[in-house]
Write a new protein. Sequence first.
Length: 314
Amino acid sequence: MALLSGVLLVTFCNIVLSRTILFDDPIYGQPEQIHLSYGLDPTLMVVTWVTLNEINDSVVEYGQLDMFDKRATGNVSIFQDGGTEQRREYIHRVVLYDLIPGQKYFYHCGSDDYGWSPLFWFTAMRNDSNFTVRMAIYGDMGKDNAQSMARLQEETELGHFDLILHVGDMAYDMNDDNARFGDQYMNSIESIAAYIPYMTCPGNHENAYNFSQYVAKFSMPSSFNTYGGDSNHFYSFNVGPVHVVSFSTEFYYYLQYGFEQIVNQYKWLEEDLKNANKPENRAKQPWIITMGHRPMYCSNNNDDECLFTDGYIF
């Protein structure tokens, strides 16, 4: 969305009216890039969105049967891109509480002063493990030539998926054109991610400015009851009979951002798997799925990148 500034002149009956178009006009403060992610348990859902100017209110109205009988508020944080323009965006996060597992909810997000998003809906996670989980799993999808997008949109609308797992590499790249590529990409996936949880892990194309776009714009759960930020790099969650573990393969390739993150992730992963393998937990989630951007196996035996670069962390 382009920034507008200047003077609009209107003449009528020899009278000149002028109006300055300000950055805080309501249309410029409306929500965009709306997406969902799972909370720490089935009674929670996280709604994340962006405004392109400073809006201090972060509100979601939601309920069943098209009735907004619940209202949740959250927080807003400033994201400043590392590009030459140093563009600022405002990231809004709201946790929806007291959801009834397995029930459908309608919602919109925004504020009373600056307007609301369109109406969206989602189904809260079931609170049992006796069902088949339907996931769409993919990676390396850019804002251009996203040939899977139409199919993903259609199948999401038909209710074929419970969630998305995006295994890294988004927009190509989110930081390009002073982060406008990231904005365009996040707006393009809104038609999917505003309806079902969009769970992610980082890829090498998110590395710019210490993964700042990825860290800022997604809201993955952490064991510290927080969402987004560094917890986007590694986290886990349960859905039905599956324990999903998301981790960063990229820590091993961008050591300029610090070695400590490798140690922290390793210690966390040990504890997470130890807990997941307790008999009482394994009985409920017998399947453990891990996701990281770089492949564990490769079918191309003549490619140095495949044999020696991408595979050495395993």
